[in-house]
Design a protein around this ligand. Structure first.
Ligand code: TEU
Length: 544
């Protein structure tokens, strides 16, 4: 089974990528319009987040129809054009399948509401009275995970927004419907799939209160999840295609299971532990600077662990749910360029398949919003209230959002220095970051020293050096709090990757035999030969 080891995926959030009709929302023709830019970057696949008909309570992760294009984003013809034009450039499309839940606007849920037993069995309904919630589980977006429907005398489960009702995977009819959706898209020429929170699909047999947490331990990597995935992949006819599962609060052991090729589940998995190293006490809404030691330990554990179990990681810092990496782990100011390049190097040289999130390749930063009116994300708006109920002032809540809001990753793509960063001729649905006159694609594509040009090299190197895609990995300097370092090797070649995670100089003693090795890539002109690394410096050294 193909592992897609030498491929690079680029994630597009269509709503914020490129608007061709001036309505302030990005669209599918906007993606087609930028294919040459993506071809120039060198990526192999585009993962498009959902553009299906949706009330957009959660920006399309609330799907009302899995087989159509929301008119906001264009038409089915626009999508077919995009598939065809991408294919001409050797680029495949991956769609985002939100199969843990549907929008309550979906026909299935509407029929359930209308009283059809068949469709009530598609969801997780519990008979009851309004005064007695089935369990104390908490929604990932805040508040209870159950909603009462007085008309039916039933509660339904929603692990996310109240408009996102969890599907009942125990029901074989649901599983058959979902496999059918995959076949539909495969026949349209879609080359792969990303599965949203797919490790949450298997719920427990008995629903009970969680006295130790928010309920997640009862449904995360649930009892039948591996069997359901195997069945979906087989019935959907997608074995051998590129697939990635988004795994919420998962374990290494389960991710080996999800991605070991012998099991015919998924090609690779996203896990998020390394993106919680700045959560104080594990709480996303409590600020703390990143714990670099924890970050290093997590990379070591997951990289070496997945290797030992023959699993495969998706490599990433950024997506549409995360603040921008350069703002979070790098330096937006003095070392903006150096730190953005170092962060790209750190993940691209690891064992796994790299994902570049739109704008990361030009070093886009957080949004720098200063008022609540600028935010759109349902989670951010909910937590703005929750944080104040917990005793924070409005100003403190805003400071937390400025660092933690998902909208930081959703601001319009910065194409050039013209109005609204060249994203739209209208009014953008979400305001652009204020720094687009300086940080934009137009300023970088032709500049050989730009972040964009550096990312091009990262992508190209993966194709040139089989050791990057296929080599073994081992971490070094495990006790050094500043340096993230690892060795990659195969029969012919050895690489040594050393990254200074800090804004100060970091001394290094190279392992024996590495003095004088050639610098394959670096972010300072004279790298590789000194006894210390400059702020956010990275070296990729090569022997053989
Ligand atoms: O996200 C799943 C998820 O749990 C998070 O990344 C979430 O944003 C975070 O835990 C909140 O603190 C996926 C999608 O990527 C996200 O955009 C959707 O909102 C969510 O599923 C529901 O479909």
């Amino acid at each position: 089974m193909a592992n897609f080891q030498d491929k690079v995926v680029y994630q597009i959030y269509p709503k914020s990528f490129c608007d061709t009709d001036g309505d302030g929302l990005g669209d599918l023709p906007g993606v087609t319009a930028k294919l040459d830019y993506l071809k120039d970057l060198g990526v192999d696949y585009l993962w498009l987040t959902p553009f299906f008909p949706s009330p957009q309570r959660d920006n399309g992760y609330d799907v009302a129809d899995y087989r159509a294009v929301d008119p906001r984003f264009g038409t089915m013809e626009d999508l077919e054009t995009l598939i065809r034009e991408a294919d001409k450039r050797g680029i495949g499309l991956m769609l985002d399948m939100v199969f843990n839940h549907t929008s309550t606007d979906h026909e299935w849920f509407q029929k359930a509401l209308a009283g059809y037993k068949k469709y009530q069995d598609y969801y997780i309904f519990k008979d009851g009275t309004p005064d007695k919630i089935p369990t104390n589980w908490v929604s990932k977006f805040g508040g209870p995970a159950w909603e009462y429907l007085p008309g039916l005398g039933k509660w339904y489960l929603h692990l996310f927004d109240v408009s996102q009702a969890d599907l009942n995977w125990e029901n074989p009819a649901v599983r058959a419907e979902l496999a059918d959706i995959l076949r539909f898209w495969r026949e349209k020429g879609i080359k792969g799939f990303r599965f949203d929170v797919v490790n949450l699909i298997s719920k427990p047999e008995v629903f009970e209160d969680d006295h130790e947490g928010d309920g997640r331990r009862f449904y995360t990597d649930g009892r039948n999840v591996h069997r359901y995935l195997q069945e979906l992949v087989a019935a959907g006819g997608i074995d051998g295609m590129i697939t990635v599962g988004e795994m919420s609060s998962t374990s290494l052991e389960n991710c080996i299971g999800y991605t070991n090729p012998d099991r015919h589940e998924l090609t690779m998995s996203f896990s998020f532990h390394h993106l919680k190293v700045d959560y104080k006490n594990g709480d996303k809404w409590s600020l703390m600077p990143p714990d670099r030691m924890a970050l290093k330990n997590l990379f070591t554990l997951w990289q070496e662990g997945m290797q030992a179990g023959h699993g495969w990681n998706a490599l990433f810092w950024c997506n549409h749910d995360q603040p921008r990496a350069v703002s979070r782990f790098g330096d937006e100011g003095k070392y903006w360029k150096e730190s953005a390049k170092m962060l790209g190097t750190a993940t691209h040289m690891m064992r796994g398949t790299p994902y570049i999130y739109q704008g990361e390749e030009i070093g886009m930063t957080n949004a720098h919003y200063t008022s609540i009116g600028q935010y759109r994300d349902v989670e951010s708006l909910n937590y703005y209230q929750i944080l104040q109920q917990q005793g924070k002032t409005a100003a403190e809540a805003l400071e937390i959002l400025a660092q933690r809001s998902r909208d930081n990753g959703r601001t319009p793509m910065q194409w050039d220095g013209t109005a609204h960063a060249g994203f739209t001729t209208g009014t953008p649905w979400l305001g652009e970051a204020d720094n687009y006159p300086a940080i934009n694609a137009a300023a970088q594509v032709k500049d050989p020293d730009s972040i964009f040009s550096y990312y091009k090299q990262l992508v190209a190197l993966r194709k040139q050096e089989p050791v990057i895609s296929g080599g073994q990995i081992q971490f070094l300097y495990k006790d050094d709090p500043d340096l993230l370092a690892y060795r990659r090797w195969n029969e012919d070649t050895q690489l040594l990757v050393v990254c200074n995670l800090t804004g100060h100089d970091a001394p290094v003693t190279l392992p024996e035999g590495w003095a004088g090795a050639g610098l394959l890539l670096g972010n300072y002109p004279d790298g590789g030969s000194r006894t210390s690394l400059r702020p956010y410096e990275c070296w990729v050294l090569k022997k053989g």
